[in-house]
Every structure is written in structure tokens, then in C-alpha cells.
Design a protein around this ligand. Structure first.
Ligand SMILES: [Mn+2]
Length: 415
């Protein structure tokens, strides 16, 4: 059995807070990514198209997306491709609109109940090639481990499990609500040839044998969702050697450009040039990738002769709009609250006052010579109580702290 695994499409996300043209482009990009996934499924002559939940962002479904979805599903049907769509917490079965509202064509199986359903997948001539077993979220806050209800598979044909779930300890899991939590150790012992997962938006293989895979969001929706996004193409023709391949599909990509080397940058033109070169350098380092439109966030920090301009919201916005032209990006936002004046830190560190003492303490802690009397319980940001991790965390917090300390404690020129 060959199939395409997509997840977390979140069609009709509102993208509140962005300009109307950017919002429209982002909403269209989610549909475009989905259309590309359908194109790919048809081109690769897969037997099944699996959607691991959160196909829609909410039950407020636009008529444009309704028409679009029915057309795409019909295209898959025309090519004899079976669609299995298991609902997630954003598009649960009980919601009055969303998946329930649509008149799905016959090739589409919407699974929106907790009890797993097994669906036979056949090839173009009608011969069985495998089974997909799926369970869905009936409500927006499913708390049960739905994987426990999956029956033990048997027989000669490949068996795939499809579920929207938060597997404990997966990368980035803490950013998502712990709905339908499950245990990797259980999934591995379950007897399925492949677990097609959704919910955590960061693409990742939790295991290779058998593959337990989050496809990640099909199209990034915020700066938390960087990097290439797309679908997973799977071939289980040889059950002992599953072929799993990521295929980038998202037409819009989100990336962050960070720099703290602004000491020599003295004008708007120099700043634009500096950022352009940094951006081009990063893209070169990454190597060739499919053409995309960019949503860029620029994070500026450290000492800068332009610090007072950059800290003004109006000026930062202006840099963003000029940079959008320079980079040919869809949107550039500039975050610069951590830039500070260029200060002679060496001189301040020698002073006998609060600032001198603080700077010397920072330096000693970075060298590991001095420790704060703190534990993990004193911080919101660490998930461990290991003393070495606490130490590393404190040191990371102190990165760039000298400049900020001095900027706060010294009367700076021009203020
Ligand atoms: Mn999601």
C-alpha cells in the first residue's frame, strides 16, 4: 500500500493581527498546500490519502473552502484514491459545522468517534492492498488515550493507524494542549506497520521501526512554525522495509533572522545592507530549496549606534517595510526591544558601584566561578530540576546581559 500522510492543515485560520492582504494570502496558501498534496497523491498514484486531524481550524468554515474541499476530494475520488480523515481537537465530530456540514463524496471516510474504525484500501482494479484504522476526536477536549482502543491487527496486508494525538515527550509537545495523550511505547508494541499522527506541528519521526510519524503542519501558520512544511509519502509494499519520504509543499515559509552584530551599522542603508547579506548568507548555507514566499521576523539585539531609533515602534516598522522590498518577502516584522547603546563595558566593570559589581558577578557566573542560590523551582522556563541544567539555563539568560544592565543603570547619551 502507498499513501500520502498530511496533518494539521488548519484551513480558514483567521491570522488575526496581520494586514488584510497578508491574511488573504496566508489563507490561500493553506488551500494551495492542500491542492499540491492532492496533485502529489495523484502523480504518485497512491492508494490512500490520510488526514491526521485539524483539517479545519474551527467550525467556522468559509464557503470558498467548502467548495474547494469538495472539489479536491472529488479529484482524489476520480483517481480511485481512498481518503481517511480522522478529526482532531480543532475540527471535532460534535461541532455543528466543519466536517459534519460537508456532503463528502463516497471515497471519503470521516472518522470522528473515539471507537476505532477499520477501512479497507484497494488498488485501481479493486484488489485489497491494506487497511487504515482510525479514531477521531468527538469533542474539542478529548482527554482519553484513544490509541488504547485500537485493535491488534493481523493478516498479510499492511496496517496503518491514523490518529490526532499528543505523544508524551515528542518535540514541541508542550506547545500543544495534551489532548488524546498517548505513549510511544504502546504505539510501538501495537502491531501496526505505520502510525500516521497529527496534533504536534513539528514534523518528526518518533520511531523508524515501525515508523511513528508526525507529518507536522502542512503550511506554517506563525513564526513558531519555521522551516519546510509538507506531507509524508509512504510506501509499505515491502512491510519489512517501509519507505518514508518528506515532500515539501507549503508555498509560504516562516523564518527568523537574528543578529547582534550592529555595532558598526550607523544608518538605515547600512542596516538594510547588513540584514540583506545576513539573510542571503543563511539561505546559501541552507542550500537549494523549492521557491517560496517568505514571512520574515528580524530579531535585533546587542549594542547599536541606532538603538534609540530601533526601539521606537514607528522606526522599527519602517525598517520592516523597506526590508520587505529588499528581500522580496510577503511580510517582515522587526523586533528590537533588546538593542542597547554602545557602551564601554570594560570601564564600567572596573567601577566600585552597583553596576561594576553586577558586571563582575555576571562575568564570574559565565566563567562558572560563582553561582546564584537558585533551583529549578525559581524559574518558569525549565522542565528539569537537574542542577547542571539550571546552571546552563542561568548562563543562557546572562548572554548579552552586560549590555542591558549597563544600558539600564547608566544615564545614556541622548536620553
Ligand atoms: Mn493542529
Amino acid at each position: 500500500m502507498r499513501f500520502l500522510h498530511v496533518a494539521d492543515v488548519h484551513l480558514d485560520t483567521s491570522f488575526a493581527g496581520r494586514s488584510e492582504s497578508v491574511r488573504q494570502r496566508l489563507r490561500e496558501a493553506s488551500r494551495e498546500a492542500f491542492r499540491r498534496a492532492v496533485d502529489l497523491a495523484i502523480r504518485e498514484e497512491v492508494h490512500a490519502f490520510l488526514v491526521a486531524g485539524d483539517l479545519f481550524d474551527s467550525d467556522r468554515l468559509s464557503l470558498k473552502t467548502e467548495r474547494f474541499m469538495l472539489e479536491q476530494m472529488a479529484r482524489l475520488g476520480d483517481h480511485g484514491i481512498t481518503v481517511v480523515y480522522a478529526t482532531g481537537n480543532h475540527d471535532p465530530g460534535a461541532a455543528p459545522n466543519g466536517p459534519r456540514r460537508l456532503a463528502w463524496p463516497q471515497n471519503v471516510h470521516v472518522v470522528s468517534e473515539a471507537t476505532p474504525r477499520r477501512i479497507l484500501v484497494a488498488d485501481a482494479s479493486g484488489d485489497p492492498v491494506g487497511y487504515v484504522t482510525a479514531a477521531g476526536h468527538a469533542s474539542a477536549e478529548e482527554r482519553a488515550d484513544l490509541s488504547r482502543g485500537f485493535p491488534r491487527p493481523s493478516g498479510e496486508l499492511p496496517q496503518v493507524a491514523l490518529l490526532h494525538t499528543q505523544v508524551h515527550h515528542s518535540l514541541g509537545a508542550h506547545e500543544h494542549h495534551p489532548y488524546a495523550p498517548s505513549e510511544l511505547s504502546f504505539l510501538l508494541r501495537s502491531g501496526y506497520d505505520y502510525w500516521a499522527l497529527g496534533h504536534v506541528h513539528e514534523r518528526q519521526g518518533l520511531s523508524e521501526d515501525p515508523p511513528v510519524t508526525y507529518a507536522g503542519s502542512l503550511q506554517g501558520r506563525s513564526h513558531a512554525e519555521r522551516g519546510e512544511r509538507g506531507a509524508i509519502l509512504v510506501d509499505l509494499s515491502d512491510r519489512d522495509a517501509p519507505a518514508v519520504r518528506f515532500c515539501p509543499l507549503a508555498p509560504v515559509r516562516w523564518e527568523t533572522l537574528s543578529t547582534d552584530r550592529l555595532e558598526g551599522v550607523r544608518s538605515l542603508d547600512e542596516l538594510l545592507r547588513h540584514l540583506q547579506l545576513a539573510w542571503e548568507g543563511e539561505r546559501r548555507r541552507e542550500g537549494p530549496s523549492a521557491p517560496v514566499e517568505w514571512m520574515v521576523r528580524v530579531v535585533l539585539s546587542g549594542p547599536s549606534p541606532l538603538w534609540s531609533e530601533l526601539r521606537s515602534e514607528e522606526d522599527a516598522e519602517h525598517v520592516g517595510s523597506e526590508l520587505r522590498e529588499v528581500l522580496g518577502a510577503l511580510e517582515v516584522t522587526v523586533s528590537s526591544e533588546h538593542v542597547h547603546p554602545v557602551l564601554a563595558l570594560g570601564e564600567y566593570a572596573a567601577r566600585i558601584d552597583v553596576l561594576g559589581e553586577a558586571l563582575r558577578l555576571c562575568a564570574a557566573m559565565r566563567r562558572g566561578e560563582s553561582k546564584l542560590d537558585v533551583t529549578a523551582a525559581d524559574f518558569a522556563g525549565i522542565g528539569t530540576d537537574d542542577a547542571r541544567s539550571v546552571d546552563a539555563y542561568v548562563r543562557a539568560l546572562l548572554e548579552g546581559a552586560d549590555g542591558e544592565l549597563a544600558a539600564r543603570l547608566v544615564e545614556t547619551p541622548g536620553t
